[in-house]
Write a protein that binds this ligand. Sequence first.
Ligand SMILES: [Zn+2]
Ligand SMILES: [Zn+2]
Length: 273
Amino acid sequence: MIFPDYHLHSSFSSDSSADMMDNIKNAKENGLSSICITDHYDIDFPVREDEPEMDFQLDHEAYYKYMSELRDKLAPDFDLRIGVELGLMHESKDKCQSFVDEHPDYDFFISSIHVVDMLDPYYPEYFSDKTEKEGYLRYFETILENVKEYDGYNVYGHLDYILRCGPNKAKYFDIRDYYDVFYEILKTIIERGKGIELNTAGLYKGLGFIHPHKDILKIYKELGGEIITVGSDSHDAKHVGYGFDIARDMLLDMGFKYYCTFKRQEATFNKII
Ligand SMILES: [Zn+2]
Ligand SMILES: [Zn+2]
């Protein structure tokens, strides 16, 4: 086993049709004996008129019931963990916090930004009144606002997701343009006992590298950050465990020795081998 995959979607997510059992089958075929499913839940997501089905709501009662029954059925041969990728907006942070507080039985919460100033940067409108650099900075500043005022998560998801959305992606990305904001983001995450994820979707979504960019991960290392999970952000079962050998080499090269797994939101540190 390299890493259990800690960022996976199934058909409980609006933007995934991955069959849960296919996720598990592919995990097993890739040599994984544990995964954590993290379906989307974006409270108050601004639904677009042209894509009404993309509301990113989660029928969390049905989800938890299905997942916990499946977990019990698969044990002890396969260790299924139950998580949620909670899309955070400033406007909904109290609702997100309440959801997390009311659900201590979930194993793992990723906090991610998919919406900034009520706009989804996946769509070009986000950049219509900003330069690329301004758009990137606004996304990172929004993360900083969130981590300073919100605790309802174990790891922060795809910190530089925005680099996938800009017109030139990461072509002109220079950490010096964003160093101060990342220093503050990562310092705050560490001080609050939270972590970050390595998200390998960057490898198969046209970025060519794992989120977050190595220069961001370097700041995390220098600040003493230790809590890291690894996930593929798979929305299609074929991506389960994608690029984990590359993630392992990257972590070891940078001096990280452990990755984390979570049960009822308690971290376990596991040696990277
Ligand atoms: Zn996400
Ligand atoms: Zn995701």
